[in-house]
Design a protein around this ligand. Structure first.
Ligand code: NAD
Ligand code: TYD
Length: 352
């Protein structure tokens, strides 16, 4: 079996669903259920003995040691994190706690477990750390995309905390020989994405008749990857990645924020037209920019493609259609996650 952390969040949840759709290997899913963790995402696994959910914190070393001893997983996949840049600007403490100290605790618990494994299990064990392209900093328009060799230059408390965790993971390989793998992925989108992030936020605000907030001039570029493509890349790296190595994962979909929002508006115009017949793009509203806002991210995924044969299956065109359609037909999930805590954040960030 495998131990997944943060498996009630956006990417971890999609990963667990995908994993159990592809194989019968059980998953222990350790998640603290912060505002970003939702068991509704995993509802289809209710009563499925292959999914063992544990509510707990990756900072709780005793719990980690107990779970590893009890379930003897062949791999740990670490998705658990505080993941929202804007929240990290308002309050960086939780990011340092979970992303840095949590990863440290997980590494130490995994190391204590791994050193005592029988030789064949020890050789097969993997610790896969899921990270972000944001650790590399920002690109100018003419710069080449981020390769794995790019120096780390994080600019937000979120990316700095993820960079710190990546360094710890690297050091546990170099110093202790813990069999680690790290993946650095670009912006994901798809089903079960918490509506504080750009794409689901814009879909929900559009349907609610609210302004669609574009930070600054909206010309910041992200390299969008459909979440299932990310999940498949992680499975590839887990099974065939070289120990101690880093793999960049990206979708070859560099798009400016304003164009992303316009595309969502167009799809909604066709699928759920406004009652007054006006286009959703009328709701676009330029708001104050995010401090330290990275201008452009882009991923060079050639290492993963050439060494492990992975390529993304979705283009932005196909992925965004699926995503908008998913939000339109999963209003119950949306209602459940947009609770009191969500409304508090919306008021704090965008004003009542
Ligand atoms: P998310 O915020 O949707 O989910 C994070 C999950 O971790 C939640 O279920 C939360 O309850 C859980 N969690 C938080 N603190 C915890 C703790 N201390 N102990 C146990 N569980 C805890 O995040 P996501 O978008 O699914 O991102 C998952 C991982 O992928 C993160 O490490 C993130 O840095 C990385 N990543 C995300 C993106 C993206 O576009 N979303 C891109 C690249 C990398
Ligand atoms: P986000 O989804 O928060 O991901 P990240 O900051 O990790 O890239 O934001 C994606 C882009 O969209 C980013 O450039 C910030 C921008 N953005 C807005 O313009 N308005 C918003 O309300 C949000 C949440 C993001």
């Amino acid at each position: 079996m495998i131990l997944v952390t943060g498996g009630a969040g956006f990417i971890g949840g999609n990963f667990v669903l995908d994993w159990l759709a592809q194989s019968n290997e059980p998953v222990i899913n350790l998640d603290k259920l912060t505002y970003a963790g939702n068991l509704d995402t995993l509802k289809s696994l209710d009563g499925d003995a292959r999914h063992i959910f544990v509510c707990g914190d990756i900072c709780d070393r005793a719990l980690l040691i107990k779970l590893l001893a009890e379930y003897t997983p062949r791999a740990v996949i670490n998705f658990a994190a505080e993941s929202h840049v804007d929240r990290s600007i308002h309050g960086p403490g939780d990011f340092i706690q979970t992303n840095v100290l949590g990863t440290f605790n997980l590494l130490e618990a995994a190391r204590a477990y791994w050193v005592k494994l029988p030789a064949n299990e020890k050789a097969a064990f993997r610790f896969l750390h899921v990270s972000t392209d944001e650790v590399y900093g920002t690109l100018e328009e003419q710069d080449p995309p981020f390769a794995e060799t790019k120096a780390y230059e994080p600019n937000s408390p979120y990316s700095a905390s993820k960079a710190a965790s990546d360094h710890l993971v690297r050091a546990w390989y170099q110093t202790y020989g813990l069999p680690v793998l790290t993946t650095n992925c670009s912006n994901n989108y798809g089903p079960y994405h918490f509506p504080e992030k750009l794409i689901p936020l814009v879909i929900l605000k559009a349907l609610d008749g609210k302004p669609l907030p574009i930070y600054g001039d909206g010309q910041q570029v992200r390299d969008w990857l459909y979440v299932n493509d990310h999940c498949r890349a992680i499975r590839c790296v887990l099974e065939a990645g070289k120990l101690g190595e880093t793999y960049n994962i990206g979708g070859h979909n560099e798009i400016a924020n304003l164009d992303v929002v316009k595309k969502i508006c167009e799809l909604l115009d066709a699928l759920r037209p406004r009652k007054d017949g006006e286009p959703y793009s009328k709701q676009i509203s330029f708001v104050q920019d995010r401090p330290g806002h990275d201008r452009r991210y882009a991923i060079d995924a050639r290492k993963l493609e050439q060494e492990l044969g992975w390529t993304p299956a979705e283009t932005f065109e196909t992925g965004i259609q699926k995503t908008v359609a998913w939000y339109l037909s999963n209003q119950e999930w949306v209602q459940n996650v947009t609770s009191g805590a969500y409304r508090e954040w919306m008021n704090k960030q965008y004003g009542a």
